[in-house]
Each structure stands twice: as C-alpha cells, then as structure tokens.
Design a protein around this ligand. Structure first.
Ligand code: NAD
Length: 268
C-alpha cells in the first residue's frame, strides 16, 4: 500500500477511548482503532467484562489496553473515569462516545412507560454522552487536538413504522430513545462549532439496525426497508466509518452525521 494512504489512517502513538468498548459495536470500534495502531482505553459498567475484553484485544493487536469501569448515568463516575483515562498516557486523541442503548424494564410504548425510565434513558444516551464530551473535550481543547465521535442512531433522524415491530412481537423503540439520539446529533453540531476552531473535530455516526438476536421475521421486514436489502453486520460494517472519523482522513470534516445504515434513511 502507498505510504500516503498508510499515513492518512495510521494511529500509532495515539490513544483512543471507547466507552462501552467491551462488546458489540463498541468492541468493533476498539478493534479497528487498535488495528490502526492506537493504544486503547475501553470502559464497561462491569470492570471484569472490560478487563476480559482488554486481554482479548492485547492478544490480537500489538497495542496497550487499559480497562476502566464507567457508569455514565453518574456524573461522578464520568469525571473519575475520564481523569484516569487521561492520566494513563497523558493524552486522549480519540473519544468514541459509544455507550448507550435501552434503559429500564418498562414497555417502550410511551403511555405505559415509566417516567423514571424515560429520564434514565435520556441520561444514559444524551446527558452521559455530553458529560464525556465535557471531560475529554476540555482536555482536547487544552492540547488543541483531538477527534470526538458520538454514536447516535437513525432513530434520531426518522420516525418509525410501529407496524414492523408489532408484527414481530417486539415492543419497539421508546420515543425517549429517538429524542436522546436526536439530542446527540444536536450536541455534535454545536460542540463541533465550539471546538473546531481549537483543533478538536467532532462528528457523529448514526448506525441503522444491526442484526443481532432478532427474529427472522424482523430481519426480513427491516432489510426490505434498506436500499442494500440487509441489516448491519457486527464485526464489519461500523469499522470503516470509525477509522475515517478518527484519522487524519477526515481532517476537513466537522459537525457531520455519517449514517451507516445500508440506506434505511434514503429508502422511502
Ligand atoms: N445495535 C444497533 O442496531 C444500534 C443501532 C443504532 C445505534 N446504536 C447505538 O450504538 C451504540 C452501541 O450499541 P450496541 O448495539 O453495541 O449496544 P450494546 O447494548 O451491545 O452496548 C451498549 C454499551 O453501552 C454500555 N452501557 C450501557 N449502560 C451504560 C452506562 N450506564 N454507563 C456506561 N456504559 C453503559 C454497555 O456496557 C455496552 O458496552 C449505542 O449507543 C446504541 O444506542 C446501536
């Protein structure tokens, strides 16, 4: 490969932090960043789970990996974990704000949903993400360098057809999830304006549905809603977008939302 391409994507000597990096999409982000040479900090609510993934990553890639516990619904945990992450090598060059998803046991249907779960979900997906941006963004601003990638969702861009969920006996996604992820896109744009002039680049990725523990009926229904006719694949489909936004290949890209959704968003 020509050195021009290698130089563009090389992350050797950089340190990347992936929240929720112990499994699934966060793990995929951690893998591609390690493959590009970055040392890693990965977090999980459960330290043992972060430690076990860290060990796996160390065996696979010639990089250093630090595992930390993080509950981003607690501001104290965010401050403590982000401080320790920065202290490790004195720098964080890339933050992937991946932790998020569902919250609480109550049904997704708005009128049956527990108000405390609405609050918790927004705290996890939006407030927690902003808290992580705050701690690491401050550090990046001081260094006048860094890349922040916020993982949002196409749920923050579009309303959903509940028939597809009902037909497949799924409760569907709660409306608070759409609100929180739309909020993530909002903070991405405004933070990009705040930090862009200071050399810190902020962007978002909005994944579509990834195929994981879902019924054949839902996979078929969902796939038909995408231009590419399939759901996203773990271990494969997120990695390119992460590497692009984490590396110098995206040095003139700020405040953008990259949909990694097989064309769900455009297929109407
Ligand atoms: N899987 C999909 O189809 C899909 C689609 C669109 C967006 N997303 C988003 O991508 C991200 C990763 O999704 P995933 O499918 O890998 O989800 P997942 O549930 O497998 O992983 C979520 C991660 O967040 C962490 N997490 C949960 N609660 C936390 C808390 N309170 N504090 C700190 N960490 C916490 C978990 O430990 C886990 O590592 C999420 O933000 C999700 O909303 C996923």
């Amino acid at each position: 490969m020509h050195h021009e391409i290698e130089d563009m994507f090389n992350l050797q000597g950089r340190v990347a932090l992936v929240t929720g990096g112990a499994r699934d999409l966060g793990y995929d982000a951690a893998c591609v960043l390690a493959a590009a040479g970055a040392d890693l900090v990965i977090t999980s609510r459960d330290l043992a789970s972060a430690e076990s993934t860290a060990e796996e990553l160390r065996k696979t890639y010639p990089v250093e990996v630090l595992a930390l516990a993080l509950d981003q619904t607690e501001s104290g945990s965010v401050v403590q974990t982000m401080d320790r992450a920065i202290e490790w090598k004195g720098r964080i060059d890339v933050l992937v704000n991946n932790a998020g998803g569902g919250f609480g046991e109550s049904p997704g249907y708005l009128f049956d949903r527990d108000p405390a779960d609405i609050d918790g979900l927004i705290r996890l997906n939006l407030t927690g993400t902003l808290w992580c941006c705050r701690e690491i963004g401050r550090h990046m601003e001081e260094r006048r360098s860094g890349k922040i990638i916020n993982i949002a969702s196409i749920a923050g861009l579009l309303g959903r057809d509940r028939k597809m969920y009902d037909r497949n006996d799924m409760s569907g996604q709660p409306i608070d999830y759409a609100g929180a992820k739309a909020g993530v896109l909002g903070i991405t744009m405004d933070l990009a304006c705040l930090l862009g002039p200071k050399g810190v680049y902020v962007n978002a990725i909005s994944p579509g549905g990834f195929e994981r523990n879902l019924s054949d009926g839902f996979v078929k229904d969902y796939s038909e809603r995408t231009a590419l006719g399939r759901m996203g694949k773990d271990g494969v489909d997120l990695k390119g977008a992460i590497l692009f936004l984490a590396s110098s290949a995206s040095d003139y890209v700020v405040g953008q939302n990259l949909a990694v959704d097989g064309g769900f968003e455009i297929w109407h």
